[in-house]
Design a protein around this ligand. Structure first.
Ligand code: DCP
Ligand code: MG
Ligand code: MG
Length: 600
């Protein structure tokens, strides 16, 4: 029986937003270059294990590339400078500083980090405001206003042109566009000039170049940026088919996205690529087994998939659905194939949800050693709390204060947030304790308690604070985790400040940080961002990782990042998380759970 083909699904595309996507150029290498500018002229590669995780563009000119074996890189370019990138602290710090700079320009607070080296920014409101300021008789001499409150903060620009590259390159003909497309063209042009301004700020203030894409949603902005790298920007130009259109004949979005391999579309992973390719090709595609293990060998493009006879969101739901997939996956993928993506740019979070410090050990089996380690970890924790959760008081507040107590030379700081809970986790080594010897999962166990208030004192010395924290809080927590005097051997100890309570509800530090104020004290602010050859206070003392069972570097970076910025259900109490399957459970259930894994 033949069913009639489903009617064409109208495109669900919202075009009101202006979105920027930033991707820092050769990020890890740039962090070293910013620390040591003389490296810029040399071919530079960053090593993790035996691999070049990234290299600067000078190295790329000489034939090196990302994810190459160190040995191979040395053969191709014997004078390559190789630096070790195993310790991620410097990258994490740089990423936060770059993010803070971009964040300060946002009005709506929609600035979202993706991993360490990408940022999405929804600048719709700034663009809208500036469209309203234009003198359409003299677009060439326009002024871009960067502050809602202070019209003198901004830059001059030519609103009749696109800054940087456009796609398609020849499409500078605005005459044939209708009014709607004209307005879209104008918004994107303004977006491109703001993007250029921000790129220049990142470069001049912090010494980082990046690649930017400008479009109307996250998907298109990210893909557009890839067209010109490095240190460049690309705007995906109208006409864009609007919501409700079924005709995509004159649509730059369709022609742009159609040319991409489906695997290159963010949100389409190996599994979906494989299933989709199998459906379109009518056979199971060959899977690569080499370095690129898991990738399909036969490449199909978005256009081939989109135009495949009979394909629709409903068919995709059937083809791609199944155990382990989300309902609605067919519609989501169908939208992506049409350049539609209605996911919002996430709201900026200035404050991490938790701060967690840990170290791993070959052998940690006496209480003396544990106390010594707890002292080190607490020192790092409190330093990190100071770095991430304290801010200088306002200029005005500072002036007021210094008038009051002119004698005092204390720099006034205030807490942006208080962590309400402190959590201690350990990872007992399997085998040491007969109870969990079968648990292959190297599980962590943890206990939490209220964060003692003395920790927030800014008068006591760091030493005094860590001393009290260890004796009064952490050692008692440790005793509840490990009541036996001996017989355990820990491979990891983690101390975390969690359950953050924002003190910035009155607006400061939360959404809407005032940019004109920032400009007034720009030099002051930027001083702390400028990367100079000053050793990082945290990096110095933070324990180095290095144990047999530590995850691979890429995992590590992702986990590290997410640890800090993504909420953590473990904070709910003394929960235990199985590291094999991620399940959360009360501590008493862990032995049985470990056995369950052991029996496959
Ligand atoms: N990274 C990593 N492991 C990977 C991939 C990347 O540790 N498997 C790190 C090193 C990179 C950083 O993440 O510097 C960002 O990754 P990108 O893919 O954006 O690469 P780069 O920023 O280095 O280079 P490009 O200029 O191509 O963006
Ligand atoms: Mg990247
Ligand atoms: Mg990058």
């Amino acid at each position: 029986m033949h069913l009639p083909p489903p009617p064409p699904r109208p495109i669900k595309r919202q075009l009101d937003a202006t979105i920027l996507h930033f991707d820092y150029d050769c990020f890890y290498a740039s962090v070293f270059e910013a620390e040591t500018p003389t490296l810029r002229a040399l071919p530079l590669a960053v090593q993790q294990k035996q691999i070049v995780v990234t290299c600067n563009y000078e190295a790329r000119r000489r034939g090196l590339h990302k994810l190459q074996l160190i040995r191979e890189a040395r053969n191709i370019c014997p004078d390559v400078v190789i630096v070790l990138g195993e310790d991620l602290t410097r990258f994490r710090n740089a990423s936060k500083q770059l993010y803070s700079l971009l964040r300060a320009y946002s009005w709506n607070g929609k600035v979202e980090r993706l991993g360490m080296d990408e940022v999405f920014m929804d600048i719709s409101d700034i663009v809208e405001h500036n469209v309203g300021l234009l003198n359409h008789q003299d677009l060439g001499n326009s002024y871009f206003c960067l502050s809602k409150d202070d019209p003198t903060v901004g830059f001059t620009f030519d609103a009749s042109t696109v800054a940087g590259y456009g796609y398609p390159e020849a499409s500078n003909d605005k005459q044939c566009l209708d009014a709607q497309q004209h307005a879209l063209h104008l918004r994107l042009r303004l977006g491109s000039h703001l993007a250029q301004h921000l790129r220049r700020q990142l470069d001049t203030q912090m010494g980082y170049t990046c690649t930017v894409g400008v479009s109307t949603n996250k998907l298109l902005a990210k893909l557009a940026g890839n067209l010109h790298k490095p240190n460049a920007q690309t705007t995906l130009l109208p006409p864009y088919a609007y919501a409700g259109d079924t005709n995509t004949d004159v649509d730059n979005v369709t022609s742009f996205i159609d040319a991409h391999e489906i695997r290159k579309i963010p949100g389409i992973g190996c599994k979906i690529t494989e299933k989709l390719a199998a459906h379109v090709l009518g056979k199971t595609p060959e899977i690569e087994t080499g370095l690129n293990y898991g990738a399909t060998q036969e490449k199909i493009t978005v256009g081939e998939a989109r135009l495949h006879p009979g394909l629709s969101a409903e068919v995709l739901e059937r083809v791609l659905g199944g155990p382990g997939t989300h309902r609605g996956i067919g519609h989501r993928i169908w939208d992506l194939l049409h350049g539609c993506d209605d996911t919002e740019v996430g709201q900026a979070r200035e404050i991490p949800r938790q701060i967690s410090i840990e170290d791993s050990y070959k052998r940690l089996d006496t209480i003396e050693k544990v106390v010594k380690e707890l002292r080190m970890l607490s020192t790092s924790l409190i330093k990190r709390m100071h770095l991430d959760l304290l801010e200088d008081n306002d200029e005005e507040e500072r002036n007021e204060q210094s008038n009051k107590d002119a004698q005092s030379s204390v720099v006034r700081k205030r807490w942006l947030a208080y962590p309400k809970t402190i959590r201690l986790s350990t990872r007992p080594r399997p085998g040491a304790n007969p109870d969990i010897s079968r648990n292959r999962s190297f599980a962590r166990i943890s206990r939490s308690t209220a964060m003692p208030s003395f920790v927030f004192s800014l008068k006591d010395s760091l030493e005094a604070l860590t001393g009290r924290l260890v004796v009064e809080t952490l050692v008692p927590l440790f005793r509840t985790l490990h009541p036996e005097k001996t017989g355990w051997n820990l491979s990891l100890v983690n101390v975390a400040a969690t359950n953050m309570v924002d003190t910035a509800s009155e607006g400061k530090g939360a959404v809407g940080r005032d940019i004109s104020k920032m400009f007034r004290r720009q030099d002051d602010v930027l001083k702390q961002w400028r990367v100079e050859d000053v050793p990082d206070p945290v990096a110095q003392d933070e324990p180095k990782r290095g144990s047999e069972d530590f995850p691979t570097n890429s995992q590590q970076s992702r986990e590290d990042d997410e640890m800090e910025w993504i909420s953590d259900e473990e904070n709910q109490g003394n929960a235990y998380r199985c590291e094999e399957c991620g399940a959360l459970m009360p501590v008493f259930a862990m032995v049985a759970h470990g056995r369950w894994h052991a029996h496959g």
